[in-house]
Structure formats: structure tokens, C-alpha cells
Ligand binder design. Sequence first.
Ligand SMILES: *Cc1c(COP(=O)(O)O)cnc(C)c1O
Length: 380
Amino acid sequence: MVTVPLSDLVPEYIRRFEAYVPSKPDAELMKLYGCSRLFRLNNNENPLGPPPGAQEIIKRFPPIKASLYPSGDVYFVRNKLASRFGLDPDQFLFGNGANEVIAFVIKAFCQEGDNIVTADKTFSVYEWVAEFSGFKTHLVPIKDFAFDDEAMLKAVDGRTKIIFICNPNNPTGTYWNTEKMTRFLDRVAGRQIVVIDEAYCEFVSKPDYPNGIKLMEEYPNVVAFRTFSKMYGLAGLRIGYLVGSREVVDVIRRTCVVYSVNGVAQDAVMAAIDDDDHVARTRELVDTEKAYLDRELRALGLEVQAAEGCYVMVRLPMSDTLAYRKLMTRGVMIRSMTGFRFPNWIRVSIGRREAMEAFIEALSTILDKTDRGASGRVSS
Ligand SMILES: *Cc1c(COP(=O)(O)O)cnc(C)c1O
């Protein structure tokens, strides 16, 4: 029994924070919306699944190993990545998805009164972790769908510890090129930790796209995030990591909990890392289907924001949350963007042609009904 009002035990920043509500399991959603099949285009998952070698490892994972604790520091994977990138294995820290390493970094560098700087329309987890840990987030409005370097520098103050840059940005797909990134890092001049979230780096083939792991040779305050959830199709196994200079990682390591990466994930990743064919096949699928989607959406007269990454954004002449529900009844799950501060926009993950066609068909239908039937009432 709690003998004081529970709120007396709860910090003010927790009281005002609203818990994230994850979506229900597919089977429940299908019942709820009455659809018999569901195309998942809401989470940027790889439509090809994990690389074949990783699939084989998952199939053959010895059940008895489920009773053993996995390597606590993801030993073999760190060594493998170190030789692939020409780094020291101690420059890597793994988490239960890159989502978890966000918390490691914030815990390592922020104390009461500190803040972080990031964009207003980007991956929300940086902001959430900072807020529920009691730190302020300076949210800098994006400009032309991209992180605004000048405004971000202005938002930095004496208590800013970390700057988060999502490159390419989820959900807008824009990126800072090498020149812009290095100019920014020069001006930060090592006063803050700069996290470059490269969750989608394997999808970018532009020659001027910067590699955070290379940048940290010259800028030891850079920390790069990578994940096996997107390009490597292992989102369900939850494995992601950060890379930094020895000095920075030695600090962050103090805040991470061991054993958060399970054994199946570690084994599967060992087989996935070198599969460059899988990367090439995925890129080809994403490039082709993104171009298709872009064409079809524009043909519907819609504003599209399609750039890097395995997703595009579309602006609808109706509420995005209403569109979500209407698309669900037609077996297509997208991401409504009100939560990303993009009301009336949706984000659609790139999938196989069948899924893209199903989405376009469902969208055309719901736009017909809402648009023509009630024009004048439904736009933003
Ligand atoms: C998906 C994603 C991540 C992390 O994904 P995990 O599944 O937790 O590894 C991190 N950053 C961005 C921008 C993402 O889209």
C-alpha cells in the first residue's frame, strides 16, 4: 500500500509526460478494422526480411542456448564490426535496438538543468527520453524539410550537452552533406556531443553523404547510431549500436546495462553484416518502388516529400488520423504524422509492388469519398 498520494513520489517531469501507446498486434487490428490481410507500411521494415544467412541462423538457433545468458557486451559482433570499419572493438556499444542507446548517451552526459538540441520534426525518441529523464529539449523547427544548421547553433546554450541530428531524417528523408556536416561540427567546436543517427545510412547512395564513423576521426565528439532493424531486416530481434571515440565510449559505457542484446540477435547479425548482396537487393527494391509511389501519388495531385530512406511522406486533404483508420479498413497500415508535428501528413514505408498498389488503390478510394463528397470541409 502506498500511504502518500502517489503523485508525491512522482517527479514533476514524469507527471506531465504522456506514455507512448504502441499499436495493437496485427491480429487484433485486423479484427478491429475487419480486414483479412494487412500490409504493414508504418514502421519502415525491410520487405525482403533478414538476409538469407541470418534467416538460416535463426532457424537453427539451438534451443538449449535460450537458457544461457548471451555475451554481455556483444563480443563477437563488436569484433567483426571493428575489423569491417577499421576501428577498435571498444568503440562500439550495443543496445536493445538503437532506441536503447539513445538513453545511454543522455544518461551519460546530462545532469539536472542540462538540455539537448534537436529538430521539431524528427525521430521522437531523443525528445521523449530527454523529457522523461527530466531534461529540456530545445526543438528547432526544420527548414525546407531539413535540419536547420544555423538555427540549431543558435539554440545551443551553456547547458546543452548533446545535439541530435537524424541523417537522413526520419520522416522527411533529407540529409546534410559532408560539407554542411563538417561546417556544423567545426562551429560546434567540440563543446557538445553530436549524435548523428544513421539508422538509414545503408539506403543512401549519394556521394556527398557523410559517414559519421569516418567523421569521428577528426571530430571525437561525434557519436554515430546504427541499427540492424531497417536495412538488415532484424527489427524484431532488437539490436542496434553506437560508435564513438574511445574516450567518449568509455564514458557512455558506464550507463549501459549488460545483457540487453539477446543471443539470437547476436548470432543473426554475425551472418548479416557481410551480406552486401542483401543491401544491394533492398536498395534496388526501395529505389524502384519509391519512384513508383512518388509517381502515383503525384498523379493523385498530392504533395509528396520523397528523398532518402525507405519511406515517403504524403500530404492529404484530410486528417491523417482519419486517413489511418480508413486505410486500415482496407488492409493498409501507414504512420499518421500528427505525432511528428506534421498534421495531415502520413508516412508510408516502401514495400513490394503488391503493397504499393494496395496502398495507392486504398488511398484513391478514401480520397474520392472524402474529397468530392465534402469538399470545403476537409482540407487542412
Ligand atoms: C528505427 C530507427 C531507430 C532505431 O531503431 P531500433 O529498432 O531501436 O534499432 C533509430 N533512429 C531512427 C531515426 C529510426 O528510424
